[in-house]
Design a protein around this ligand. Structure first.
Ligand SMILES: O=C(O)CCC(=O)C(=O)O
Ligand SMILES: [Fe+2]
Length: 219
């Protein structure tokens, strides 16, 4: 894996370039910046058909992150467990199709990170308001761990926790900014990760929230 610190002189200049977080995990700084408005417009269209909702964990807790999905499969959680479903139980309809601009962004990011031919069938859209968080977890509801995860950050910054293969492994804390994309696969595919509680703020394109798109090949 290459280390390309193009504009990575200090914290205020890290707009582009890529950083290896560990073997098989790459942070692509600003990879989605040039298409941010098109991506957020696509998210708006999805949300018009499948509004954000706060789901319940199998243990009965309401998640602080509001979620929706697009693509053939959507990640869901309720008292019955975590799983992928083709139908949005709120509407009784299939999830909205994955907009081409999203599918294309995910494929190009995966390629840039060294994972060729990534064709996601699920895009989970997470909306974090200040205080919302996602505790350390593994993405393991997919059938083939040979396929990477592509995670796009838009709007307010967040601290990404990137741990090891065991929950107790120490986690890196990485600041994710608008336009950043993280890709992990291969030997990193089952690393624990999460998001620290979002800080207050305001962003010109997303107001007071952070939008994350997590692309996966689920089936
Ligand atoms: O919001 C993020 O950056 C991470 C989201 C995530 O890990 C997930 O949805 O499984
Ligand atoms: Fe995750």
């Amino acid at each position: 894996m290459q280390y390309l610190f193009d504009d990575f002189e200090d914290d205020t200049h890290r707009r582009t370039g890529s950083e290896a977080l560990c073997a098989d995990a790459v942070l692509l700084r600003g990879f989605a910046s040039a298409e941010d408005k098109a991506v957020l417009d696509a998210v708006k269209r999805v949300v018009a058909d499948a509004p954000f909702r706060r789901m319940t964990t199998p243990g009965g807790f309401r998640m602080s992150v509001a979620m929706t999905n697009c693509g053939p499969l959507g990640w869901v959680t309720d008292r019955r467990g975590y799983r992928y479903a083709a139908v949005d139980s709120d509407s009784g309809k299939p999830w909205p199709a994955m907009p081409q601009v999203l599918q294309s962004l995910a494929g190009r990011a995966a390629e840039a990170a060294g994972f060729a031919d990534f064709v996601p069938d699920a895009c989970l859209i997470n909306r974090y308001e200040p205080g919302a968080r996602m505790s350390l977890h593994q993405d393991k509801d997919e059938q083939d761990f040979g396929q990477p995860i592509v995670s796009v950050s838009l709007g307010l910054p967040a601290v990404f926790l990137f741990g090891g293969l065991r929950r107790e492994d120490k986690a890196l804390r990485v600041q994710l900014l608008h336009g950043d994309v993280v890709v992990w696969g291969g030997t990193a595919r089952l690393r624990y990760h999460g998001i620290a509680p979002l800080k207050n703020g305001s962003h010109p394109l997303t107001d007071d929230c952070r939008i994350n798109l997590t692309f996966r090949k689920a089936a």
